[in-house]
Design a binder for this molecule. Structure first.
Ligand SMILES: C[S@@+](CC[C@H](N)C(=O)[O-])C[C@H]1O[C@@H](n2cnc3c(N)ncnc32)[C@H](O)[C@@H]1O
Length: 225
């Protein structure tokens, strides 16, 4: 089993974790909440809302700290747009570390944030009128994905740290579980990643990245006519 990661304070005042097992951090040192907001909330959820989606099915690669999930919870509440959130995690953080993270406080949802970590794995939970949540304890490579999704938060560790998760094979599985018109969003803008996305059929849209990163990626599953 992997060693538990350590908490650090990122540039915008929100916590993140550093993993000695994967030799990298969970978020940008310039700001964890800022990065997740730009990459997943704005490029993913706002994009779909602007394209007429009135409910959204999210698949997340790597539950980790739960930051993307609590931001999505707040987004669903604010926009009155129901989200079904499914997330996959192979190496969960301990409840002790989860309870020390400041996301619940910064997002004004301490109880919900702690619930995300304490709730049973592999079961569907209704957390509010606009948010249902299920976390799968397994490797993304091994899961038989349960349904079709509108957006994939592709939040694996970077290709240099986890090359096996950025392959044509993995991305082919990802495009298969998206509905037409759905998107995969990632902090990564590596050339090989973008080529692999195109190989499996995505239209690749480079976007300005969060602070400290020139570019990020949105990949769109074009509708088959
Ligand atoms: C960059 S971190 C981001 C986590 C999370 N989205 C967050 O904001 O904290 C990557 C996450 O992917 C998880 N992970 C690594 N390999 C995995 C695999 N094969 N399947 C599922 N999760 C994996 C790690 O344990 C870690 O939690």
């Amino acid at each position: 089993m992997s060693e538990q990661p350590k908490v650090f304070l990122s540039g915008d005042g929100s916590h993140s974790l550093i993993s000695s097992t994967f030799d990298t951090s969970y978020h940008s040192k310039h700001g964890a909440i800022t990065e997740s907001t730009v990459v997943f909330i704005e490029a993913g959820l706002d994009y779909l809302a602007n394209h007429g989606y009135r409910s959204i099915r999210v698949l997340e690669m790597g539950f980790g700290t739960g930051l993307n999930a609590i931001l999505a919870f707040n987004w669903a509440k604010k926009h009155h747009t129901p989200i079904q959130y499914q997330t996959v995690e192979a190496y969960p953080i301990s409840n002790k570390i989860a309870s020390s993270l400041n996301y619940g406080k910064l997002c004004h949802e301490e109880n919900i944030f702690q619930s995300l970590h304490l709730l049973d794995w592999n079961q569907n939970h209704s957390l509010s009128e606009t948010f249902t949540f299920q976390k799968h304890l397994c490797k993304m490579e091994d899961i038989d994905l349960p349904s079709a999704f509108d957006v994939i938060f592709f939040d694996a560790f970077a290709p240099a740290n986890q090359p096996e998760l950025w392959t044509v094979n993995m991305l082919s599985n990802m495009i298969d579980c998206l509905e037409d018109g759905g998107v995969l969003v990632s902090f990564c803008a590596q050339g090989a990643f973008k080529r692999n996305l195109k190989t499996v059929g995505f239209k690749v849209e480079p976007l300005p990245g969060p602070p400290g990163k020139r570019e990020m990626t949105r990949a769109i599953k074009i509708k088959n006519l």
